[in-house]
Write a protein of this length. Structure first.
Lengths: 129, 307
């Protein structure tokens, strides 16, 4: 499994997908604080995407405080940020996507929450770590 | 008069103004305007026979226009073609070289001798990555093999500008993927403007940051990819069957379909204007989805027809 994977069929712009993927990698621990993330050139050629798109994503990550830049030395995962905050914001993004999908299907919020509970029960609820 | 934007801000690597070319009765380029921004990866899209390859050949002055001017990397191409070509890499949609009797290795060496900026180490890396055999004679190469050699010739002198005419044509899926990744890596390593002409739009979906549409030898629109994302979207909503976009609204409904009680319309228009349309009380907007580049190109062609 690649550290950062994108999907051309995904309606999210590619730079947003890269931002989300890096944040996901931080939350699940495959990227650790103060570890470097791939250079723009590496990631552009690995994903076959426009390097300006990767730059745009990296600027956004820096702005969000997920990463920091060491001049002439690359981009690193920020350390100060709590993983808990990141988890909350990742969960928010997942919820927003689910809610959008529900709305598109003409479902009310309550119906979505009910269904989530039901499915989670059935699959054996994942405990909070 | 086109309703699509055609002007591009900022410095350009290529600027063509009112270029016209006729072959007998056929008008191949009809007052073509083209502005390729410096450092962009610009997709030139259009149907077969629209004039894409002809436009590229004119940019290198491989053909003489009947009218118009073309500036390439600051050079007037009609006067300074040789100097411009030294800084351009070109993957042509056609014969690799007239020297069919040469072996591939000799062709590459011959080509390299013309370019002071030739990077032998990079050439070797490309030859390895594209799995090119240097021993066969050029005339015996398949289309796909010739295309791979063309990439080495075009890239290894690290040109400021790359013209790629149907670059992935004839390549098998594995090599095609490798080529697209090579191009992305190349653009990241050296500042390069790329003009890509292809009818296989989905292949450059991840690369292109600008798009221009050519139709019957005319450029009907050119714009940044991000601009397209704001102005061309698919809207799913619920409304009465009789619901229509107000006549005075400056938008174009490109496509209309419905499934059950839901409508799905593809609409072109400034984001603010479109938002206002769906703010009304008798319409319930469910989702807004941007189009893929492929769908966007098809939509842009039909917007022009609707206008």
């Amino acid at each position: 499994m690649a550290l950062i994977a994108i999907d051309s069929a995904d309606p999210r712009p590619i730079y947003v997908q890269i931002v989300d993927e890096v944040r996901r990698a931080v939350v699940v621990g495959s990227l650790k604080p103060n570890e470097p993330i791939p250079s723009v050139r590496q990631l552009a050629s690995e994903l076959g995407v426009n390097p300006n798109t990767v730059k745009q994503a990296y600027q956004e990550l820096e702005r969000l405080g997920v990463t920091y830049v060491e001049r002439g030395n690359g981009t690193y995962v920020a350390a100060g940020r709590s993983i808990r905050d990141e988890r909350v914001s990742l969960a928010t993004a997942v919820a927003e996507r689910a809610l959008r999908d529900a709305t598109r299907n003409g479902l009310a919020v309550e119906e979505l929450i009910d269904a989530l509970e039901r499915v989670a029960q059935r699959n054996g609820r994942r405990r909070k770590p | 008069m086109s309703i699509l934007p055609t002007s591009v801000a900022g410095a350009t690597a290529i600027r063509a103004i009112a270029v016209t070319k006729r072959y007998g009765k056929l008008t191949a380029l009809d007052s073509l305007d083209l502005a390729v921004p410096d450092g962009s990866i610009y997709l030139l899209a259009g149907q077969n026979g629209a004039g894409k390859s002809t436009a590229l050949r004119h940019i290198l002055h491989l053909e003489e226009p009947d009218a118009g001017t073309i500036t390439v990397l600051g050079y007037d191409i009609l006067r300074d073609a040789a100097r411009a070509r030294a800084e351009v890499g070109y993957v042509a949609d056609g014969e690799l070289s007239p020297y069919g009797w040469l072996r591939v290795g000799a062709l590459i060496a011959h080509h390299a001798s013309y370019f002071p900026t030739w990077d032998a180490a990079y050439a070797a890396r490309l030859i390895a990555e594209l799995q090119i055999d240097l021993t066969p004679r050029v005339r015996t190469l398949s289309r796909g093999q010739a295309r791979r050699v063309a990439f080495v010739l075009a890239l290894a002198h690290r040109p400021k500008l790359l013209l790629l005419d149907e670059p992935t044509d004839g390549l098998d899926p594995v090599v095609r993927e490798r080529v697209l990744h090579l191009l992305a890596g190349h653009a990241a390593e050296w500042p390069t403007t790329m003009l890509v002409s292809t009818h296989l739009v989905q292949e450059v979906e991840r690369l292109a940051d600008h798009v221009g549409i050519i139709k019957q030898g005319r450029l009907i629109g050119q714009m940044p990819r991000d601009y397209l994302r704001g102005t061309l979207n698919r809207f799913r909503f619920v409304a009465a069957e009789s619901w229509r976009v107000p006549n005075e609204a400056p938008v174009v409904v490109v496509e209309r379909s419905e499934s059950g009680h839901e409508q799905e319309w593809t609409i072109w228009g400034e984001p603010g204007v479109v938002r206002e349309i769906f703010d009304g009380p008798d319409v319930d907007l469910r989702s807004v989805t941007p189009l893929t580049l492929t769908d966007a190109v098809v939509a842009l062609l039909s917007i022009e027809e609707a206008a």
